[in-house]
Ligand binder design. Structure first.
Ligand SMILES: [Fe+2]
Length: 242
């Protein structure tokens, strides 16, 4: 069925860095409990993961998530995590470009990188809101680097959107499981296209639980060029983490 496409190499995650996940427990639609989150963390370490940026949702659907409260929860979580594994953790955030976005902007961004530049942003899956262009532009003009989370998942997005965003030098983060069909056929097709064309900069798990990983990771089959590009993204993740 997959011709010359092959499964992911077993050592792909050796010394890997994840730049997008929802492991911080009880703050969004990610891991519900500390116990489940620490269990996942240990599993990831067994597969070779060394560094993770935790990126809880900052959006109007989670009005209690602000920089101060999330930072406090992260510090408590990091102390617990250090008891069970050696993965290096950093707190970032996934910012929805919505009505609360400016509030988060004013509080100061939690970024993916140590230098405090790279801001992970998402948009609505269904609808292109005209003001997202202005928000992305404002981020860039304020000397931050927008990283668009999982561009393949936006139903409204066509090639023209992707090229325009790339022309503006916004970076793209692939959700790994899009390549295995976890988000449906359109995201699967777009993710393979964008990966093959070398349009991504980073790759993230966007992990909300382990089940999706067990189910969709074995479905990923890549051609030679796609695999080489994916390996480059894993390298880029490491550099981004610093
Ligand atoms: Fe996410």
């Amino acid at each position: 069925m997959f011709g010359l496409h092959k499964k992911l190499p077993e050592d792909l995650f050796h010394d890997a860095t994840d730049v997008h996940c929802h492991l911080l427990p009880g703050v969004d639609d990610g891991f519900p409990t500390l116990e489940k989150s620490l269990h996942a963390l240990k599993k990831l370490e067994e597969h070779g993961v060394k560094r993770m940026v935790l990126t809880p949702h900052f959006m109007k659907d989670y009005p209690l998530n602000d920089r101060a409260s999330i930072t406090e929860k992260f510090e408590a979580y990091r102390a617990e995590a250090a008891k069970v594994c050696g993965i290096e953790l950093r707190l970032g955030a996934e910012y929805m470009l919505d009505a609360r976005f400016m509030t988060h902007f004013e509080q100061g961004f939690l970024t993916l990188d140590k230098a405090g530049k790279h801001v992970l942003c998402e948009t609505s899956y269904l609808m292109y809101e005209p003001n997202i262009s202005q928000m992305l532009y404002d981020i860039m003009c304020s000397d931050f680097q927008p990283v668009i989370a999982h561009p393949e998942r936006y139903e409204y997005a066509v090639k023209d959107n992707y090229f325009r965003w790339r022309d503006k030098q916004y970076e793209f983060q692939l959700n790994l499981l899009s390549l295995g069909g976890a988000y449906g056929r359109p995201a699967y097709v777009k993710s393979h296209y964008l990966l093959k064309e070398g349009m991504y900069d980073y790759v993230g798990s966007d992990m909300h639980g382990l089940d999706n990983f067990r189910r969709f990771l074995p479905n990923i089959h890549l051609g030679k060029k796609e695999l080489a590009n994916l390996e480059q993204l894993i390298e880029n993740n490491k550099k981004l983490f610093g």
